[in-house]
Write a protein that binds this ligand. Structure first.
Ligand code: UD1
Length: 376
């Protein structure tokens, strides 16, 4: 069976890596990796392939940046001839980025089966580009691999046939589990025992420049109590540059380049708290048991709130400061393990793909432990 993986942006790489490995360990699979080039900077792309030990892409579409329409259209136009030429049996797409929907749409129209890894997550906020990508990709995918039971419930509610949906767990956590021992070698240098790690890149936070300036002001204020380390995404860097240098008055607010995977994992592991608007980091902090304050009004990953360390602080900086105080005072949320976030999600995906290539894949559902219930 020929499986073609499509990756494009930073969070795709950690999700694809374990699936490529799991299929590689089974007989009967040929694999092709296509990088759309949505992310292209060395520290947003190349370094992840090396650290995650993903084979170099067979094809790089090198589409680069652009408006949503242009980026999505460029990926589609460049990807279509690749699918025609390579003739995969299954295209696997990951997460919720523009590369995900673009590749799914091309494939399904060419009559190729599509599998969506990380299906079913919903923020119910249609102003988020990722929510549109999630909704549409799930509607047209043949195999939907979900990370948690809330995602199954979302898909069923949207009328997606239950026999296309497979609760497999979280592939991002597979990568974390595999590489955490290696990340331990990257003990954060030059950092005190107590620091906050910050990432902000959502358009709703950083493209609103006055709001971004207020958030940076709050981060400066937090440095009265702890050092703040902020690896800055390229989108955010552009906006900060528009603000000028006035916000960088404090040496305890450290704005640094985006970090490679292992170093960032080590930074999360050692942090007193993480302040973020990322999706994946809400999951990683839950797994690691590190308090996470999410600067958003909603999350597509409610399991990290219900069972994990995540708190939605909303668009409310007073609330953010109050939550920071709470964490510093040692008031921690109780942590429950999330079922199937165990380092083996990709193996389950490989098993399902293997059985779907022979008979119909549905038989695998019966192998899931009875203890896994839909809890919403
Ligand atoms: C994309 C995803 C988002 C994901 C994020 C992770 C979509 C709709 N959004 O957002 O879900 O959380 O990736 O990072 O797909 N840029 C560079 N170098 C790069 C990549 C981008 O300088 O390697 C700059 C460009 O100016 C670009 C901007 O960052 O215009 C935004 O990049 P883009 O891929 O459009 O979206 P992200 O904000 O990265």
């Amino acid at each position: 069976m020929h499986v073609l993986h499509v990756v494009g942006a930073r969070p795709n790489f950690m999700k694809a890596a374990p699936v490529v490995r799991a299929l590689d360990q089974r007989a009967g699979f040929r694999q092709t990796i296509v990088h759309t080039g949505q992310h292209y900077d060395a520290n947003m792309s190349g370094v992840f392939f090396r650290e995650l030990e993903i084979p170099q892409p067979d094809v790089n579409l090198a589409v680069g940046s652009g408006s949503h329409a242009k980026q999505t259209a460029d990926i589609m136009a460049c990807f279509e001839p690749v699918v025609r030429e390579r003739k995969p049996d299954l295209v696997l797409v990951y997460g919720d980025v523009n590369s995900t929907i673009a590749a799914a749409l091309v494939s399904v129209k060419l009559g190729i089966k599509v599998g969506h890894v990380e299906a079913g997550l919903r923020s119910r906020d249609r102003s988020m580009p990722e929510e549109i990508n999630r909704l549409l990709t799930d509607q047209i995918s043949d195999l939907l691999f979900t990370p948690s039971s809330d995602a199954n419930a979302n898909l069923l509610r949207e009328g997606i046939a239950a026999d296309r949906v497979f609760l497999v767990g979280n592939v991002m956590i597979d990568t974390l589990v595999r590489l955490l021992p290696k990340a331990e070698q990257y003990r954060p240098q030059d950092l005190p025992g107590r620091y906050a790690l910050v990432t902000l890149h959502r358009p709703s936070n950083v493209d609103d420049v006055p709001w971004l300036e207020q958030m940076l002001g709050t981060l400066v204020r937090l440095t009265d109590n702890l050092v703040v380390v902020f690896p800055v995404h390229p989108r955010t860097r552009q906006r900060i540059e528009e603000l000028g240098a006035s916000v960088f008055g404090n040496g305890r607010l450290r704005l640094v380049q985006p970090k490679p995977y292992l170093e960032f994992l080590a930074l999360q592991r050692g942090a007193t708290m993480v302040i973020t608007d990322s999706g994946g980091i809400q999951e990683e902090t839950t797994f690691l048991g590190i308090p996470c304050l999410t600067v958003r009004e909603n999350t597509e990953r409610p399991i990290t709130i219900r069972r994990g360390t995540n708190v939605l602080v909303g668009r409310d900086l007073k609330n953010l400061e109050a939550e920071v105080e709470r964490v510093l005072a040692g008031d921690r949320k109780p942590l429950e393990r999330v079922p199937l976030w165990d380092g083996h999600a990709a193996e389950r995906i490989a098993d399902i793909i293997a059985s779907s290539s022979t008979e119909d894949g549905r038989s695998y559902r019966n192998c899931l432990p009875n203890s896994i219930s839909i809890d919403v």
